[in-house]
Design a protein around this ligand. Structure first.
Ligand SMILES: Cc1ncc(COP(=O)(O)O)c(C=O)c1O
Length: 357
């Protein structure tokens, strides 16, 4: 790289904050979507959304009446919360919207700490599962990236008296789903999204999967035209490019695992992730603030524990969304430089003494 190129590379802004898909969508797909703009004077299909439901049912291998499309999975979370009022069990640290939706409906929450000794496990007790009307499981969990085992899910489904909602919005990176259990367990609802995997975060498309009775019950809490016309049409178009997306997901997983390994080599703890982000644990709040600030000075933006994206995440954590390979390499480069400067004593010695060599 020439000096000029090097300088431009170092100054490029890198956003590893929200976990949207950071790779470009296929050009032909964008053209197809642009064509649809000509029709936006018309309403979406409305309450029925029959065509969209069929597309989603085919993709997930269920029946049309097992599907409820919505305006992003955030709206699915909101509708489920409103449909089953009562005590809400939330396994922290996790995605903030389970708590936010419970708060909007003024429901009592039980925030159950699940991160101990650098492992995230669902520590729900039998009595908690009996008293809750709604139990949340984020699989894989945001922000730890932990995949929840089938055994654990079955154990919870067997003990829970209320609804068990499993947020699988990062399914495509994990590859394990509980969809196969929806007929056996009448209390199971799955939440999916087109944001993280298919790059439609800005269009807003999410959906619920459950038995037909639950779907009917939840749908009473949504508006008629909750999915916009473009998002409605986009689902079928996007799914024609599954091979393209599969390559991107494989690439992201590879870049993610490489990044995780390098973070650990640098002496911090990176949680093994099954999603498109990596959670990194610093020694304490001072260190995470320093790292976050140092990265920001170098135009690398990340999501720290003190932002309200998460419920119950402590300040010593920073979450990195997995971007393109060069972005993650640049991040590692900056973090290595930070470590070297700490060792040389260039930075405040109280805050910069590395934990391991
Ligand atoms: C675990 C989880 N669920 C749901 C969502 C909401 O996604 P969307 O509303 O874009 O489908 C997010 C977004 O960050 C998330 O991380």
């Amino acid at each position: 790289m020439s000096n000029k190129e090097n300088y431009a590379y170092a100054r490029k802004k890198i956003f590893l904050t929200n976990s949207y898909l950071k790779y470009p969508l296929p050009e032909e797909l964008l053209q197809e979507l642009a064509e649809e703009l000509k029709e936006i004077n018309r309403y979406p299909s409305g309450g029925g959304y029959d065509e969209l439901k069929e597309v989603l049912a085919n993709y997930t291998g269920v029946k049309v009446d097992n599907i409820l499309p919505a305006n992003g999975s955030d709206e699915v979370i909101e509708m489920i919360t409103r449909a089953y009022p009562g005590k809400v069990l939330i396994p922290i640290p996790t995605f903030s919207q389970y708590e936010a939706s419970a708060d909007r409906s003024k429901l009592p929450k039980l925030l159950v700490p699940c991160l101990q000794n650098k492992e995230y496990n669902l520590h729900y007790s039998s009595s908690q599962l009996k008293e809750a009307s709604l139990v949340w499981i984020c699989n894989p969990n945001n922000p730890t990236g932990t995949g929840i085992s089938r055994e654990k899910i079955m154990e919870i489904l067997n003990k829970a008296k209320g609804i068990v909602a499993i947020d699988e919005c990062n399914y495509e990176y994990f590859g394990e789903s509980s969809i196969g259990l929806i007929e056996k367990y009448k209390n199971l609802i799955i939440v999916r999204s087109f944001s993280k995997n298919f790059g439609l975060a800005g269009l807003r498309l999410g959906f619920a999967i459950s038995n037909a009775e639950n779907i009917k019950e939840i749908s009473a809490y949504g508006q008629c035209f909750r999915v916009n016309r473009l998002a409605e049409k986009a689902a079928g178009k996007v799914l024609k490019y599954l091979d393209y997306y599969q390559k991107i997901w494989d690439k992201i997983k590879k870049v993610r695992d490489d990044f995780t390994q390098k973070i650990n080599q640098l002496g911090w703890f990176a949680y093994p992730s099954q999603a498109n982000f990596v959670l990194v644990e610093a020694r304490n709040k001072e260190e995470s603030e320093e790292i976050w600030g140092y990265l920001k000075e170098k135009n690398i933006y990340t999501l720290p524990g003190w932002k309200d994206e998460f419920s119950g995440l402590e300040d010593r954590f920073i979450r990195f969304t997995v971007g393109e390979e060069w972005e993650m390499n640049r991040t590692i480069e900056v973090l290595s430089e930070y470590r070297q400067r700490c060792r040389r004593g260039d930075l405040n010695p109280h805050r910069h003494t590395p934990t391991t060599p």
